[in-house]
Ligand binder design. Structure first.
Ligand code: ADP
Ligand code: GLC
Length: 524
């Protein structure tokens, strides 16, 4: 067996200049691993970019939950901060035309969680994710054709532009490779004490230290923001919000400094996975022309949750929620008005995991209203699909939301979203206008329980008008949130970043290496 790192992009005739060679670096991707929307997006985006004719390879860790995935394709030794990590390379198909390389290093990745466990975040996360980045760059540097673009996602891959700027001799062949960073959630910044720079082999360069410096420590995300050729985030509205102090999380100045190099591109819906016409988790398909299957989905969902399925229960509006149970998702508002919410004639069906206090909230509400509140604490793909298909309304009262996928899935499934108008929720949900009849959902501005309640009451009133409700459902189901449009936007960003990288190379002087960052790949 040989380490097949020379042909990273072998799917196409990639010497064709019109075709880009894209190396995606990400910490999770469906179907291998998932904690949230990042996994859906990294996967669907890669496939959509490949569909446009570009060669895409995705590199990610091989966690315990991806055990058994892929075919052994070689090994490499990755040196980070004076230590050597023996990494197995496993190859798998991620979807149409996209090759994934999973990095197998049990001492780093074979654990209960992706980023942490019940005790908190793993303390060696700086090492775990610098090994991800270094392994990817080593592979890229050893490839026959260098990538045109390295596309890094979130703080876990934020070191890619940093190492590329670190003047490592063996990365000299990647000088013309552009780097693009996508921020999926600015709240997660990968901030560690400054000492960690020693452990990841980056302590020698004061300019890199400066780029990463953040408060009393250093941030992997900030390094990526400052040093990449282009930065994107996952909705136009969030791109506007994060350059302000309120949602900038202390990185607003760095983001502002990128000017037009920061753009917002809306996520899409992966039609192969989230489509009521072909969803294997639904009892029967449905579409805009035949919504009958939605009632069957409602019945199946109520049954799955052990809730009544008599005529009264089937006629009662059901509000669905599928969410990480964290403060971002607006659960404080539910706490604030829980009694008033349950005084309304509705039922809740909830799926989520996260903070103990929010898990307890839903468990208690379910114990108090066993006929009207179904709560499942856990991660469950089937239930997520049943809720999208079977609920009448979908609630996302987020405090902030970079994009949000579930409101788009809801639109696709004729499940009317009620959202707080922030970030991607504001970009995708157009509030119903009683005068013109336009809109596809309900939205409130103030982050308050009263505003949420008022929006919900407005929705419940309209729910009684079956024709108006049907029109609202169909407006949502007809909205085009497919990936093809967004993938084209990413390609535009890639091309601009490639131009910038070329200019940078033609204007750059001699590069100097930093010895501690040396690494080595060996075929086996
Ligand atoms: P975020 O990434 O902030 O959690 P998104 O709306 O972008 O929010 O994406 C969440 C994704 O994770 C969706 O695909 C959603 O269905 C899924 N998800 C979240 N919680 C669960 C859960 N408990 N069980 C199954 N899927 C879940
Ligand atoms: C993050 C954000 C979410 C976004 C997802 C995928 O988890 O919280 O809003 O949809 O990333 O980009």
């Amino acid at each position: 067996m040989r380490a097949d790192n020379r042909s990273l992009f072998r799917a196409l005739d990639v010497t064709d200049h019109a075709r880009l060679r894209v190396l995606m670096l990400v910490s999770e991707a469906v179907p291998f691993s998932k904690t949230g929307g990042l996994a859906d997006v990294s996967s669907a985006l890669s496939v959509s970019i490949a569909k446009l004719g570009h060669a895409v390879t995705v590199i990610l860790p091989r966690y315990r939950e991806s055990d058994g995935v892929g075919k052994a394709a070689g090994r490499c030794v990755v040196r980070v901060g004076g230590l050597a990590y023996d990494v197995g390379l496993f190859e798998a198909s991620l979807g149409d035309g996209v090759r994934a390389v999973l990095l197998d290093c049990p001492s780093l990745y074979d654990r209960d969680g992706l980023y942490g466990d019940s005790q908190g975040e793993y303390s060696d996360n700086p090492i775990r994710f610098s090994v991800l980045v270094r392994a990817a760059l080593d592979l890229a540097a050893g490839a026959e054709l260098a990538p045109s673009v390295i596309h890094a996602h979130d703080w876990q891959a934020g070191l890619a532009p940093v190492y590329l700027s670190a003047r490592v001799p063996k990365y000299r062949c990647l000088q013309a490779t552009a780097s693009v960073l996508t921020i999926h959630n600015l709240a997660y910044q990968g901030t560690f004490s400054e000492n960690c720079l020693d452990t990841i082999g980056l302590s020698g360069d004061p300019s890199l230290r400066g780029a990463m410096k953040h408060g009393a420590g250093v941030s992997f995300l900030k390094g990526g923001i400052v040093l990449s050729d282009a930065v994107t985030t996952v909705s136009p509205r969030y791109a506007e919000e994060i350059v302000g102090v309120e949602l900038g999380r202390g990185l607003d100045a760095s983001l502002r400094s990128r000017g037009t190099r920061l753009t917002g591109i809306l996520n899409g819906v992966d039609d192969a996975v989230w489509n009521p016409e072909s969803d294997p988790f639904l009892p029967m398909p449905f579409s805009t022309v035949n919504l009958g299957g939605k009632l069957a989905a409602k019945r199946a969902m109520l049954q799955r949750y052990g809730l009544p399925t008599d005529d009264v229960a089937l006629a009662r509006p059901v509000v669905g929620m599928v969410s990480r149970l964290v403060p971002q998702k607006g659960l404080d508002l539910i706490v604030e008005v829980a009694d008033e919410l349950l005084a309304l004639d509705l039922a809740f069906v909830v799926l989520g995991t996260g903070r103990a206090e929010y898990q307890d909230l839903w468990r208690e509400l379910s114990a108090r209203h066993p006929d009207r509140v179904g709560a499942y604490i856990g991660f469950d793909e089937e239930r997520a699909h049943l809720i999208e298909g079977g609920a009448d309304l979908f609630l996302m009262p987020s405090r902030y939301e970079p994009c949000g996928l579930n409101q788009m899935y809801s639109l696709r499934y004729g499940t009317v979203p009620i959202v707080r108008a922030t970030g991607g929720l504001a970009d995708t949900v157009e509030p119903y206008n009683g005068t013109t009849g336009k809109g596809n959902g309900f939205a409130f501005r103030d982050y308050s329980g009263a505003a949420l309640l008022a929006s919900l009451q407005e929705a419940l009133t309209l729910f009684k008008d079956r024709d108006a409700w049907r029109r609202l459902q169909i407006a949502g189901m007809s909205q085009d949130n497919s990936w093809s449009v967004s993938a084209r936007e990413y390609v535009k960003v890639y091309r601009k970043a490639c131009n910038d990288a070329e200019k940078r190379v033609s204007g750059s002087g001699e590069q100097q290496g930093i010895g501690s960052a040396a690494a080595d790949i060996r075929p086996v």
